[in-house]
Design a protein around this ligand. Sequence first.
Ligand code: FAD
Length: 451
Amino acid sequence: MTAASASVTFGPDVPDADRVRLAYPLDADVCVIGAGLAGLSVALEAARLGASVVVLEGRHVGWNASGNQLGTVMPGYGLPLADLIARVGLEDAREMWALSQQGAEAVRERATGDGIADLALSDGALEVSNVDVGERLIARLQMLNEDFDTEAEGWQIERVRDALKTRRYFHGVHYPKAFQIDGRNYLMGLAALAKQAGVRIFEDTPALSLDAAGIMKRVVTPAAKLRAQHVVLAGNVHLGSPAQRLSDTLLPVWRYGGITEPLGERLEAIAFQGSVSDSDGVDHFRIVEGDRLMWSSPETTWATQPARFARNITSRIRTVFPQLGKLDVTETFGGAVGQTVHGMPQIGQIRPGLWVASGFGYQGLNTTAMAGVLIARGMIQRDDRSKLFAPFELVWAGGRVGRVVGYGVGVWHRQASALQCTLARYRERAVERERRREARIAAANARAGTG
Ligand SMILES: Cc1cc2nc3c(=O)[nH]c(=O)nc-3n(C[C@H](O)[C@H](O)[C@H](O)COP(=O)(O)OP(=O)(O)OC[C@H]3O[C@@H](n4cnc5c(N)ncnc54)[C@H](O)[C@@H]3O)c2cc1C
């Protein structure tokens, strides 16, 4: 990881001179807008199926969240499994869960089979509870093991505290098949694989407008126009003018992370080598480079400099592991994730030839890989499995918490009353979820003395 740049921009520092900009008119089978994990995954899969593919990136590859994440690859989605079942029923939930596992396996396959270099792959992820909830845990484990074919083991409090020497955590769920990789190297490797497969990636080339009517869609960029049979909107929260109403269905949340100085023997406090995340969604961390700690927790609903959060991250680390003593966070990074109102990603065709791949929230590695396969096969082989995601409609996320108001995007023609009913349910749950989340974060900040 390198530190994010000084202004409020994110991502690896790619020299300007190495970027290729679109400067001439072009036709392609597929035009993907956005070169993050989602856009590059779709592009790679579509090119491997024989399509001619162009990716337009407004800044540079990995500029936002995709180049600034922790690299934990888990099965599932941001939406809790019980909520997924409640929404789509057990059968579809199982199919969607299996797809999310295949997404994780696709990442592993690219890491190992395709040979992306320097990924530092390591196994195992641990979800720890901040409160004593043994019974709930057992029910969840049973469901994961028996109904969802997912290897997961329950850890009693003693075992968790053996692995993580802190009294803040109680029980844990260990996913031995989850894994972690160097997130940024994976993203850059994905871009390299896409190029090898024939994808043309143009950076510093924002899509300014989109005419999605007709068989050939037209995309306007600052210096040239592009025509394509399929356009994939993978711009996450920054998509803007090509599909403003789609952008408005995402609530942007900026999350920041940091890496400590080498901690040497002090890191005996953490015997677990995989990723750890807590059940409140406040802290997410793992050991990198042998004895440094990569830690992410602070969030804002506006963009600001990741470096500002170095102190906050230090406080969080010391709150959870006071025995680490004084330490320095030497690198910081951050990016905006797109949260949907219903907590599930937006994957599918929103009108003939116009596709969306966004709203991946905090679980973007497995889900973007899965979206890449589904959308590429949908475009080229008419595979319609992305329709499984249709119940999770495009719903306006509003500008701030508490203003989450349902708003159907016009292309999703629906009976008004059914839509109103669904939206009311989404709204209720989303407001409640956001309130809980805000309270947790405020409490965490207060505990760290930074609130
Ligand atoms: C601190 C942090 C830690 C995380 N940790 C994990 C983790 O451990 N595991 C995990 O699975 N997920 C994690 N995530 C979430 C994950 O990073 C995201 O879900 C994922 O990167 C989203 O990818 P994306 O391609 O949809 O969006 P982005 O990364 O935002 O990419 C979208 C791209 O589209 C471009 N773009 C936008 N509009 C236009 C336009 N009009 N024209 C051209 N280009 C445009 C943008 O410049 C951008 O580069 C983390 C996120 C953060 C911030």
